[in-house]
Design a protein around this ligand. Structure first.
Ligand code: ACO
Ligand SMILES: O=CC(=O)O
Ligand code: MG
Length: 728
């Protein structure tokens, strides 16, 4: 791919994309008190020092993978002990050192001490990014009414205008939630006729006129309005706030015994603004758009005008929330989620900055520098809002392979801090445990970041892709849907919590769990995702604000601190053997032709449905219907799984090339049909040869074995850039 070198601004030998240069000079640097020349000088020094190291780390990945491939070629009879020894001999598994505790400081409570949902959002989409930042507080009534959590039986359907029968079910569900999280001394919230404040206590009046109180009176936090007739009452449970809002003239309030019009839950405590797998930013122009959104969030002036339900509205960041505390004194709570930014990993390069000989520079280096620079606006108080009250910058670093790569990130952050005049360890790091070499060496990875690590998180989607790719030659893999029951993944999830706790993350940072990837199945999420806090995780990913408002109920139900304390009492186990158990098909011959076809078609449908929107429309995260018509969140990590899975079955002759091509062509028509309502969409069928998206999908499968770690971004980027070039 030819890089556009026109109109570049040369800074200390590097050629800066004009859009990025303009953004930094005209929008980012003003107000930061930094000298422009000094900034570009230190940026170029950092690039010169870190580019060769970045390259070496990538070469090491390739070298290790080659040795693993050779080992599988030469060891058809798998011996687990010999395999483990081999991995240690080649340095894939590193020796574990003494126990230690992380020393990270200045971590905000949303990360360190309060357990709750973490929302992830594509930063390229300002409408969603703003919505996510504002998802700190969400209406429980809306979340219940609008999703399958409330069943439609008995005339409680969702279509049409407000359905009172459905509303009654919502209110009953919510009252039940109040009874569990804010129990009363006597009676139930289901019987309350009113609430008021008296002598710094919350009083609930029951149907028979009895005045009762909260069983734990310290749960009452504050109110708004008159003590005798509050318009809202604020309580808390496990550090999470619950707001009861009253209005007896409101559509809902007037049907409610106590005049409650809504119950608002503190929901997404933290949000990850994503520059990585949920977006499609392939060049300097795209990167600049993404950085501009981050700037708007950090400067507090991001806004987006949109049309919703036939009305135009302008979305901006929500203000903080004001109350009177129990004593009647002012109380202010954050109106927005605490924001992390996810940078890209070490693999990709970007033309946002070119070297003197026109080579792209590692994208992660540019992300690190520019997103930190932008976050300085928050630290310097240039926004009417505050993100980190402790003056920290939170960067999630994905797809790192082992402790050396974590160390590289930390050294990069340290240099960025020096360049920006920040105190050492201002930039906190979230380590995604989503590559196998990180999982097997997790303790050493955390040690490498022990003064700045603020979270570890099991990115099980990428991790599954890496599991397949790393052992590509070992044999055919289990079916995709059954992967979640395999020994390695159970060990991976438990081990991550165990090692995180042993390294002292409790009270200092997050031990996180992965994404709920079926955005419309909220009832299923409500029964299943409680498993995350129960496993000792103090946060877990959700795909939408609604999911955050529902998932937060799990943290009311489970006291994660107590779970963690119990887990810390348990003796350490050697779970490495389980972690290294390959998820191979127990009996490939037992698969029926129908099962094979269904597995293939399902993978192909998801893959095509995602890739076509990525390549042709630049949409990095989509809800794509699977073969059973269930909408699934697809991003680059889920694509990594499906492409690597097909590739693996092809490599082991469960599938043939012809069979895959036939499925691709058949499923392309299905996907075209699914997108028929979208005017911007371009069909893949029948002119397959001229569809860049279709060709990209083929390459992801047929060239999948050769892709570094099975990643999808090199091919996606190349194809998207081709589409963009054709449009210009
Ligand atoms: C493996 C990994 O890396 S996982 C991390 C990467 N994945 C993600 O970040 C997933 C983020 N989620 C999403 O992008 C979306 O929820 C999708 C693509 C899954 C579904 O999107 P859609 O089909 O547009 O959702 P749907 O139509 O149900 O809802 C749209 C509404 O929800 C909001 N919404 C949906 N997801 C989000 C989100 N993550 N953050 C904020 N708002 C969101 C939209 O703003 C929109 O509301 P609006 O009209 O008021 O603006
Ligand atoms: O980034 C998350 C994942 O599951 O991959
Ligand atoms: Mg990932």
């Amino acid at each position: 791919m030819q890089n556009n070198t026109a109109n570049r601004v040369i800074k200390h030998g590097y050629k800066i994309h004009p859009a990025l240069f303009q953004l930094v000079e005209q929008e980012v640097l003003p107000g930061l008190g930094l000298d422009s020349e000094a900034f570009w000088h230190s940026f170029s020094d950092i690039l010169s020092d870190f580019i060769p190291q970045n390259q070496q780390l990538l070469e090491k990945r390739v070298h290790l993978q080659q040795q693993i491939d050779n080992w599988h070629r030469n060891n058809k009879d798998f011996d687990a002990n010999a395999y483990r020894k081999f991995l240690s001999d080649i340095g894939y598994i590193v020796p574990e050192g003494e126990d230690f505790s992380i020393t990270t400081s200045k971590v905000d409570a949303e990360v360190a001490t309060i357990a709750g949902p973490q929302l992830v959002v594509p930063l390229m989409n300002a409408r969603y990014a703003l919505n996510a930042a504002n998802a700190r507080w969400g209406s429980l009534y809306d979340a219940l009414y609008g999703t399958d959590v409330i069943d439609e039986s008995g005339g409680a359907g969702r279509s049409g205008g407000y359905n009172g029968r459905r509303g009654d079910k919502v209110i009953a569900f919510a009252r039940d939630f109040l009874d569990k999280s804010l129990p009363l001394v006597s009676g139930s919230h289901k019987q309350t006729q009113s609430y008021f404040v008296e002598n710094q206590r919350l009083v609930a009046v029951l149907a028979d006129g009895e005045h009762t109180h909260l069983a734990d009176e310290s749960q009452f936090v504050g109110f708004n309005g008159e003590q005798a007739k509050p318009v809202s009452v604020l309580c808390q449970n496990h550090g999470l706030h619950i707001e009861l809002q009253f209005d007896e003239h409101h559509l809902i309030g007037k049907t409610d015994n106590a005049g409650i019009k809504d119950i608002v839950l503190e929901s997404a405590l933290s949000t990850i603004q994503d520059c990585e797998d949920s977006i499609a930013a392939v060049d300097g122009e795209d990167k600049t758009d993404v950085y501009r959104n981050w700037l708007g969030l950090m400067r507090g002036d991001l806004s987006e005008t949109l049309e919703k339900n036939g009305r135009e509205l302008t979305r901006t960041l929500n203000a903080d929330r004001h109350y009177l505390d129990a004593r009647g004194e002012a109380l202010v709570l954050p109106g927005r989620s605490l924001q992390f930014i996810r940078n890209v990993g070490h693999l990709m390069t970007t033309d946002a900055v070119l070297t003197s000989d026109d080579n792209e520079v590692p994208e992660g280096l540019v992300d690190g520098m520019i997103t930190s620079l932008i976050a300085l606006h928050d630290l310097k108080g240039n926004s009417p809002f505050k993100n980190s009250r402790h003056g920290s910058i939170y960067i999630v670093k994905p797809k790192m392979h082992g402790p050396e790569e974590v160390d590289f990130t930390c050294r990069l952050f340290s240099r960025i801090e020096q360049a920006l005049g920040l105190e050492e360890n201002t930039i906190k790091v979230g380590i995604m445990d989503e590559e196998r070499r990180t999982s097997v060496n997790l303790k050493e990875c955390i040690r490498a970041a022990k003064a700045r690590v603020a979270f570890i998180n099991t990115g099980f989607l990428d991790r599954t892709g890496d599991e397949i790719h790393t052992s590509m030659l070992a044999g055919p893999m289990a079916r995709k849907e059954l992967m979640k029951d395999e020994k390695w993944i159970c060990a991976y999830e438990q081990r991550n919590v165990r090692i995180g706790l042993a390294a002292g993350l409790q009270g200092k940072g997050q031990i996180g769990k992965g994404m709920w990837a079926v955005p419309d199945q909220m009832a299923n999420m409500l029964t299943t995702k409680v498993g995350h806090p129960l496993s000792g995780a103090n946060c877990a990913w959700v795909p939408s604000p609604t999911a955050a408002t529902l998932h937060v109920m799990h943290y009311h139900q489970v006291n994660v601190t107590k779970v963690q304390q119990q887990l810390m009492q348990q003796p350490a186990t050697d779970d490495l053997a389980d972690l290294l158990t390959l998820p191979l098909l127990a009996n490939p011959q037992a698969l029926t032709a129908e099962e094979i076809q269904a597995e293939l078609d399902n993978n192909v449908q998801g893959l095509l449905g995602y890739v076509v929107r990525w390549v042709d429309l630049g949409i990095g995260c989509s809800k794509v219907p699977d073969i059973d018509d269930i909408g699934r969140m697809e991003d680059r990590a889920t694509l990594r799984i499906s492409s690597q899975h097909i590739c693996n079955w092809l490599a082991h002759k469960i599938l043939t090339q012809e069979q895959i091509m036939a499925s691709l062509k058949r499923m392309a028509k299905v996907v075209d049909g699914q997108n028929a309502g979208d005017g911007a969409y371009r069909n893949m069928a029948p002119d397959f040869d001229n569809s860049i998206a279709f060709q990209a999908a083929c390459d992801l499968i047929f060239k999948g074995k050769e892709q570094p770690s099975g990643y999808t971004e090199p091919l996606l980027h190349q194809s998207r850039r081709q589409v963009k070039a054709e449009k210009h």
